[in-house]
Design a binder for this molecule. Structure first.
Ligand code: DGY
Length: 321
């Protein structure tokens, strides 16, 4: 017994984050970086005063019901918290936190990569060369969509959405957004607010998703909403796969109504959707929006800050439940 609170760290984090966790807590790590199944997660939590999970650990209502009385906080190493049943945690008096802000730059970079990769047919060209199939060039070869001067629609103008908009301004794009509420002028920076999603869709040459997955936003991109986008629009999703009805997306991509999609997230992860992967007009990444060394350090430290606050008898900065 160290006298320190015990902390379960469910996935392999950066060396610096694990060193701080080991210094300040009686910490249990997962050096093999396995994904714990439901029962193993519950069993490991029985000895924990705090748990530091990622979005790969599902804290559904039944898992939360089986957590021990001693567990005070679920300090997520993620900004998204759709893997945690927040109502169930509230009902049990378990604090839940996330890691906002620190991953906005990294995720917005990936949104730009997805946008450009989709618009300029990045994956198709890369594949052609790697497979030894590049045997032709002409002015009509591999013609994509130029984003300069086009309209960049942001669904969810929170922290990541705002940075993505800033980066898109760098490409000379005109920014439009839909959000629950209009931003103040200093954050809006000349972007056009759309009070309705429908109105945003109609002007989005590129639509970039930056809202959380909630029961309200699940499937928000579906056959109806895709049909409202301008002809040959591009969809970018670096938020959550659950926002998109993937069957409707596949149909829009196959028909050519949608020019392309750049996706970092999928309904089923890991793995993605083989039917999407079989299409040429997609640029795909395996949920790596926040995967840079500096961001992973910052996320881990932020999660530890939230845990520290709870054991110091303070309100954690990033409480979501
Ligand atoms: C997040 O922070 O939500 C990222 O998707 C990684 O989990």
């Amino acid at each position: 017994m160290t006298g320190k609170p015990s902390l379960l760290v469910t996935r392999r984090l950066t060396d610096d984050v694990e060193a701080r966790a080991a210094r300040d807590y009686d910490a249990v790590f997962n050096p093999e970086d396995r994904v714990f199944g439901r029962d193993e997660l519950i069993a490991l939590c029985q000895q924990a005063d705090a748990v530091l999970p990622c979005h790969s650990e599902i804290f559904s209502a039944d898992v939360i019901a089986a957590l021990p009385e001693r567990l005070r906080i679920i300090a997520n190493h993620s900004v998204g918290v759709d893997h945690v049943d927040l109502d169930a945690a509230r009902a049990r008096g378990i604090i839940v936190t996330n890691t906002p802000d620190v991953l906005s730059d990294a995720t917005a970079e990936i949104a730009m990569l997805c946008m450009l990769g989709a618009a300029r047919r990045g994956a198709e060209g890369d594949r052609m060369i790697r497979e030894g199939r590049w045997d032709f060039w002409s002015p009509s070869f591999m013609v994509g969509r130029q984003v300069t001067g086009r309209r960049f629609g942001v669904l969810g103008m929170g922290r990541v959405g705002q940075v993505a908009a800033e980066r898109a301004r760098g490409f000379g794009m005109e920014i439009h957004y839909h959000n629950r509420s209009r931003l103040p002028a200093e954050l809006e920076k000349g972007a056009t607010f759309h009070a309705s999603l429908e109105s945003l869709l109609e002007v989005s040459d590129v639509l970039s998703l930056h809202c959380p997955a909630t029961p309200r936003t699940t499937g928000v991109i579906n056959a109806d909403t895709l049909a409202r986008l301008p002809e040959k629009a591009i969809l970018v999703n670096t938020a959550r796969g659950a926002l998109v009805d993937e069957e409707a997306l596949i149909a829009a991509l196959k028909s050519g109504r949608l020019f392309a999609a750049g996706l970092d997230v999928f309904r089923d992860e890991p793995g993605g959707n083989p039917e999407i992967a079989a299409l040429d007009n997609v640029f795909l990444l395996p949920h790596i929006g926040s995967a840079t060394r500096e961001t992973r350090d910052a996320m881990g430290f932020r999660a530890l800050d939230n845990i520290d606050a709870v054991f110091a008898g303070q309100e954690p900065g990033d409480r979501v439940a």
